[in-house]
Design a protein around this ligand. Structure first.
Ligand SMILES: NC(=O)c1ccc[n+]([C@@H]2O[C@H](COP(=O)([O-])OP(=O)(O)OC[C@H]3O[C@@H](n4cnc5c(N)ncnc54)[C@H](O)[C@@H]3O)[C@@H](O)[C@H]2O)c1
Length: 335
């Protein structure tokens, strides 16, 4: 049984705790959080997605640390799961690798591309495994879409649009654009990452965006430029008015069908072809649980995580930086 220590028991720490309760081969033995209430399991921080961060785990048996670096030094832990604020990801992941732990770290991989590339290089040299939790690659409807694209089940993709919009979380490091990177790095990166996962690195990106409420880019519209088709765009932001809720959607137009996902619809994934729309059944659960089960299996079997490799996770941060440059310059920018 692999022993896990979770660093940061906020929204994502609790979400990951929920997920470990559902998977085999690993168990949480330690938690770290600056706040006593959180490391004792007395406070629950809600997330965007329905069903996420439920709580209810019994914390009694966990070893508890106030500072995550102290937990990283604990010799009786195999996997450090980093759910800390974004500016800490690279430093804590590097320290955990150096301490001989396998590391799962929340997205974004790092606060900027330079740090992300350094971390990817450290992972390449380490005999321990490092994976960035790019959960959309494991989200069942997205995994279905990726497979349909790779296998050309409905022909080539002609056009794809992704959308992820909500209101600002209004708390914690999310209030400071320098710490969270704005919605473009924190939220929209899910779609940027999925775009490169499906279609490869774009030649350039052309973006428009604005800041509200942080000093970074909080709402963005990007055109990812490829040679001819597919036409690929994404909208992401947390500038919606409070009470708006959370929308994640895609519309992907293949040569012989159109796939539509809308998290607010009773049957979220639909395939339209031959004049009718049919719901598509995908495996149950959220991406968090599937990504963690995958990483635990990689550690157990000693294979490097291919679904999200460190270089790919770093590339997503670099593409987001090109999007920010494009917003500033008003022109397409190479990645
Ligand atoms: N994959 C996703 O869908 C998704 C969703 C939300 C957030 N995230 C990412 O997850 C990360 C965490 O976000 P969150 O919303 O859970 O944040 P949060 O503020 O709710 O939780 C972070 C926790 O880390 C603790 N912490 C900070 N520094 C610490 C230290 N040195 N040692 C121990 N504990 C420390 C804080 O006290 C806090 O409880 C962010 O990078 C964010 O971008 C990912």
């Amino acid at each position: 049984m692999l022993k896990v220590g979770i660093a940061g028991i906020g929204t994502m720490g609790t979400t990951h705790l929920d997920a470990y309760g559902k998977i085999k081969g690993a168990k949480v033995v330690a938690v770290a959080d600056l706040f006593e209430d959180r490391r004792e399991g007395r406070t629950l921080v809600a997330g965007n997605v329905k069903g996420q961060s439920q709580g209810g785990t019994d914390f009694a048996s966990f070893r508890k640390y106030a500072e995550a670096m102290e937990m990283i030094a604990d010799p009786d832990i195999d996997i450090i799961d980093i759910c800390l604020p974004t500016p800490l990801h690279a430093r804590y992941a590097t320290a955990a690798l150096k301490a001989g732990k396998h590391v799962l770290t929340e997205k974004p991989f790092a606060l900027n591309a330079r740090e992300a590339q350094t971390l990817a290089k450290a992972a390449a040299k380490s005999d321990k495994l490092l994976m960035c939790a790019m959960c959309m690659r494991f989200w069942p409807a997205w995994a279905w879409l990726k497979q349909a694209i790779d296998k050309q089940t409905y022909g080539r993709v002609l056009a794809a649009h992704f959308r992820r919009v909500t209101s600002h979380p209004g708390r914690s490091f999310y209030l400071d654009g320098d710490a969270c990177g704005g919605a473009i790095l924190d939220l929209h990166i899910h779609d940027t990452d999925f775009v490169q996962h499906c279609f490869g690195k774009p030649k350039a990106v052309f973006s428009r965006g604005y800041s509200r409420p942080t000093n970074a880019i909080d709402h963005v519209l990007t055109h990812y430029l490829y040679d001819d088709v597919p036409l690929v765009t994404a909208e992401g932001g947390w500038a919606m008015t409070p009470g708006f809720g959370f929308q994640m959607q895609f519309t992907v137009n293949f040569e012989r069908a159109t796939a539509v996902f809308d998290n607010g619809a009773p049957e979220p994934l639909q395939l339209v072809r031959n004049g009718k729309s049919t719901p598509v059944k995908v495996k149950p659960g959220m991406g968090y649980q599937h990504e963690i089960a995958y990483f635990v299996d990689c550690v157990r079997t000693g294979r490097r995580p291919e679904v999200v490799d460190p270089a790919g996770a770093a590339r997503s941060v670099a593409i987001v930086e090109a999007e920010v440059r494009s917003i500033r310059s008003g022109r397409p920018e190479k990645v």
